[in-house]
Write a protein that binds this ligand. Sequence first.
Ligand SMILES: *Cc1c(COP(=O)(O)O)cnc(C)c1O
Length: 421
Amino acid sequence: MIKFESALEFAKNMDILDPLSKFRSQFYIPRKSNGAEHIYLTGNSLGLQPKTTRSYIDQELRDWEKLGVEGHFQAQRPWMPYHEFLTKGMAKVVGANPSEVVVMNTLTVNLHLMMVSFYQPTKSRFKILIESDAFPSDLYAVESQIKFHNLDPNDALIKVFPRKGETTLRTEDILSTIALHGDSLALVMIGGVNYYTGQYFKIKEITEKAHSVGAYAGFDLAHGAGNIKLSLHDDGPDFAVWCSYKYMNSGPGSLGGCFVHDRHATNQNLPRFAGWWGHNKNTRFNMRQDFDPIPGAEGWQLSNPPILSMAAMKASLDIFDEVGMSALEEKSRKLSAYMEYLIKEIKSDKIRIITPANPEERGCQISIQIEKSNKTLFKRLTEKGVIADWREPDVVRVAAVPLYNSFEDVFLFVELLKESM
Ligand SMILES: *Cc1c(COP(=O)(O)O)cnc(C)c1O
């Protein structure tokens, strides 16, 4: 254990000792009008731009300029198989086999596509279990799927709530609720890392419990991918979806990722919405064949994908490939522990971290609840150069992202928080 100190010199020294500190210079850090860098702690909302992104996109613009349609085969990275250039890197980030991962569409779209396949309610088995404070888009998606099958969310949607006086969910409560609904449960669909509290749920245990009652298990990993070292293949959920603009630094609104476990790779009985990009690559252009899905996650693709967004993602994945999730997790835990230490040093009973204290149950997001505060506190922080995230009524969410945030960022943030309170 490192003995932390609440001092700028200490934080700066931590940065000198940090083997990943060199990566910060590979990103554009937003600046104030006076030219000074912001303290950017919102990599959980929009990750920063790698300095290499522009050249990756430029390459595609130049190939399009020079080659026109021939770029599909003759571009430096041919557009026809472009998504394949992302698969290996993305699979490493989420701990999956390449055959289990595809980059396509956007998150909520993928969630719907996965529920077409993995939510097939019957008269007796029709319920979906979700965490009580799920991200709104997830809630809209599951409710609308339930209604699409002519069912009533009041009967079919089961929410697991924190216990009275608690803000995070207990794994045991999730597991016992799964057991309680047993035979009537069709799908467990949970945000693997809760966007509000930063709680990381036990994917393996939840999946095993869901499977033991005969339900499928899927996870939304918008706040997991690139943040936490995931092991999707071994943990065994049926599907997972995520976006790439948060921790994955692929640019605003960039493509989503999708995981389908290998046990479903060649299952032709799963219903699915199909499109030509999911069809057998050898006969895709014969045009008049019956749909013949590519085995694995690729078989869920619909359309030929946006290459410019994929180029941005390739730039980002090349950095992740170089660093690796293990090194990122190691630094992430130190940064978060330092944040926690400094916040506790404020010694005010008004301030409370609602993110789990156990490093196994969180990534780099820390959600700080400040009693009787309001948005003016957050405005003061913003004026002082901090870019963080405010959630009503009284929570500041900050993410010290190991790729580009420093111990100095963390120290300065907590100093400014103290001043602003
Ligand atoms: C960010 C986020 C989304 C966003 O969905 P999009 O389809 O990419 O707009 C959905 N769910 C969760 C849990 C998120 O954190």
